[in-house]
Design a protein around this ligand. Structure first.
Ligand SMILES: Nc1ncnc2c1ncn2[C@@H]1O[C@H](COP(=O)(O)OP(=O)(O)OP(=O)(O)O)[C@@H](O)[C@H]1O
Ligand SMILES: [Mg+2]
Length: 305
């Protein structure tokens, strides 16, 4: 759905992007992570057809951002990092205005606006003036706007910046809902954990270079780290530990506070066998530790960002 091939962007005195290639498949939620000035917005603006690369090519929904910008804009919903202010406009007026700009016919506009208001949970705010809304709600109005033409691909530049923890959780819920609807998401952030639980893929960018990109678990195993697993059994914990320790592709097993921990690098499916064998020890818990993106990021960039 999104592909960048050898993208470079030279702002004259500064190489903001250097030979960046990445791929995002349909239905992926891709987290684009990097510190300030890494080149996230530059990449996103190229994908959104607002800027041309100095070198390289990119495609969105199969269309070239350079040769077919109109087609790209039709399949793409883009939310910039800065929200423009529209003083004196009510939420519904703002959305109707853009629906009209997208050439949605007048009779269909009302229904469309109601639909996106409902999806973004803004129904109660339809008559509010936008400038009176909180940052979190403004952000949602902006997201509602990008959904008006029902784009298959959504590119959001730091959608969570400036939001309080509650608004962040609500935003995440909304983004999750959008992936469930089958949309492809490309979301940038410099705050790593906020992307961890809904992105299936990540790319880490620093100084205009993509350091790593792909499935979070695969990146971890590539770095020599397996999945961190936790197991709790009620009986014969030492025997259970020995079993876990001897299991294919498991490593560093130890028992602490009545809980067995180990690292696992093998295929996911094989874990089902292990749980079956552990049942006779009174298995009550078998869990994978949440992927710690922050950890991953530090490991990839080789130091604090
Ligand atoms: N129009 C421009 N002219 C010159 N340099 C620019 C321009 N836009 C961006 N840059 C530079 O290119 C680099 C990448 O900027 P970019 O905005 O893409 O980073 P970012 O990852 O989005 O950062 P942030 O997290 O701060 O939003 C930065 O060093 C920035 O100063
Ligand atoms: Mg930026």
């Amino acid at each position: 759905m999104i592909e960048c091939r050898a993208l470079s962007k030279d702002y004259g005195n500064h190489l903001a992007l250097s030979n960046l290639s990445l791929k995002v498949e349909a239905g992926d939620a891709f987290g684009f992570i990097g510190p300030n000035g890494a080149g996230k917005t530059t990449t996103i603006k190229i994908l959104a057809t607002l800027q041309e690369p100095t070198e390289g090519e990119a495609w969105v929904g199969g269309y070239s951002v350079i040769d077919q910008p109109d087609e790209v804009r039709r399949v793409l919903g883009y939310m910039p990092d800065q929200f423009g202010v529209y003083d004196g406009m009510r939420v519904w007026e703002y959305l109707e205005f853009f629906a009209a700009a997208y050439r949605v016919e007048r009779p269909k506009r009302r229904k469309l606006v109601d639909d996106v208001l409902e999806l973004t949970d803004l129904g109660k705010r339809r008559d509010s003036f936008i400038e009176t809304l909180s940052t979190g709600l403004k952000q949602r109005v902006c997201l509602a706007k990008t959904l008006l033409h029902d784009p298959a691909v959504l590119i959001l530049d730091e959608p969570a910046s400036g939001l309080d923890p509650r608004a962040r959780i609500e935003l995440k819920e909304l983004l999750r809902e959008l992936t469930r609807m089958g949309k492809t998401l490309f979301v940038s952030s410099h705050i790593l954990p906020e992307l961890a639980d809904f992105c299936n893929k990540v790319g880490i960018i620093e100084n205009g270079r993509l350091l790593v990109s792909g499935d979070v678990h695969e990146i971890q195993s590539g770095l020599g780290r397996g999945r961190r697993m936790r197991v709790k059994v009620l009986r014969e914990q030492e025997a259970a530990l020995a079993l876990v320790d001897g299991f294919n592709e498991s490593a560093d097993a130890f028992l602490e506070d009545g809980e067995i921990q180990f690292e696992y690098r093998g295929p996911y499916e094989a874990l089902a066998d292990l749980t079956e064998q552990l049942v006779r020890f009174g298995l009550v818990e078998f869990a994978e530790e949440k992927t710690d993106l922050e950890d991953l990021f530090l490991k990839v960039t080789g130091g604090p960002s």
